[in-house]
Design a protein around this ligand. Structure first.
Ligand code: PMP
Length: 336
């Protein structure tokens, strides 16, 4: 055994083993450069390739258009709680809307109070953060500059499956995607700003990914620290100062790994009817007969397509599905 555990941590979190091994192999002498990526100038040609590859692979994964800048920043998602209002609200009097479905959204809302006038238009607190609002009944502010959501609340385990649309045309949707970033396809064009700490789905802690529509950049409040102004980083391809090179490098390996696996494409496989075939179709009759002997019946596929089909409607107990899975693995091992 490799001694590695199944690490269920919320972040920093488990990374693909292939990525860790690749990083390990390249750690001592990165691609013949004579040094590790940790020791290398962020202005070297090697690192220039790494950060550009990270950006272009992320653009492919999420189909991010040229209308958006992709930034690799520091300070965690928590810093974005301040950066979002500072960059998007031209003045401290600007109105914005927050939907709060858990603790992180609440933190974002409270931080925004320092830099603009946020309205809490919906909170799930009274129901212990177990709900997502019905979008039609939201009372959005007519003059809101943006509508902020936390796409997935890491502590309460509450995820938006669809997204609300800002009510007025000058408003944009802003989302903290820290804990579901790159877990599924997202229509980036519905958002003005997406931010995510890397340390859950895409890398180690130390880097925060910001995806921001270009026309929203360049209007930060005058008090905005240079490091929090998206323009600073958009103008310099995230190389205004020393970036978290190693963290960006690991993200680039994760993005490449995700692309290699086929990207984030949405599966259309039904959760109700699961048709499947055997690599050796001549074994189908045996499969069905053996399953039947073990008390699993009606697995023959529809006559128009052949193969097998397991229908798993509401009343099918989990034990039934688990038994079928175990039987399939055993059948596969016995019939290589
Ligand atoms: N938002 C969400 C949804 C989170 O899960 C976390 C971290 N657990 C944060 C923000 C804060 O992120 P960071 O530690 O990168 O500042």
């Amino acid at each position: 055994s490799t001694g590695r555990l199944f690490n269920f941590a919320a972040g920093p979190a488990t990374l693909p083993e292939s990525v860790i091994l690749e990083a390990q192999a390249e750690l001592f002498n990165y691609q013949g450069s004579g040094m590790s990526i940790m020791e290398m100038s962020h202005r070297s040609k090697e690192f220039d390739y790494v950060i550009k590859k990270a950006e272009s692979d992320l653009r492919s994964l999420l189909s991010i258009s040229d209308d958006y800048s992709v930034l690799f920043l520091q300070g965690g998602a928590t810093t974005q709680f301040a950066a979002a209002p500072l960059n998007l609200c031209a003045s401290p009097d600007t109105t914005v809307d927050y939907i709060v479905t858990g603790s992180w959204g609440d933190k974002a809302f409270k931080e925004a109070q320092k830099y603009c006038k946020p309205n809490l238009i919906w909170s799930g607190k009274a129901e212990k953060y177990t709900k997502i609002p019905c979008f039609d009944s939201l009372q959005q502010s007519p003059d809101a500059r943006y509508l902020h959501i936390c796409a997935n609340e890491t502590i309460h385990g509450v995820e938006f499956k669809d997204y609300p649309t800002p009510a007025n045309k000058d408003s944009v949707l802003v989302a903290d995607m820290s804990s579901n970033f790159c877990s599924k396809p997202v229509d980036v064009s519905r958002f003005g700003l997406i931010y995510a700490g890397a340390q859950k789905n895409v890398g180690p802690s130390g880097v925060t990914v910001v995806i921001v529509r270009k026309d929203l950049i360049g209007n930060a409040q005058p008090i905005t620290p240079v490091m929090l102004d998206y323009k600073t980083h958009a103008d310099t391809l995230s190389l205004y100062n020393t970036p978290p090179c190693f963290a960006i490098y690991i993200c680039s390996l994760v993005f490449a790994d995700l692309l290699k696996q086929g990207g984030l494409v949405e599966s259309v496989r039904s959760l109700m009817n699961v048709p499947f075939t055997l690599r050796r179709p001549e074994l189908e009759k045996t499969f069905i007969a053996e399953a039947s002997k073990e008390g699993m019946v009606q697995l023959k596929g529809h006559r128009s397509v052949g193969g097998m089909r397991a229908s798993i409607y509401n009343a099918m107990p989990l034990a039934g599905v688990e038994k079928l899975v175990a039987f399939m693995k055993d059948f596969q091992a016995r019939n290589p």
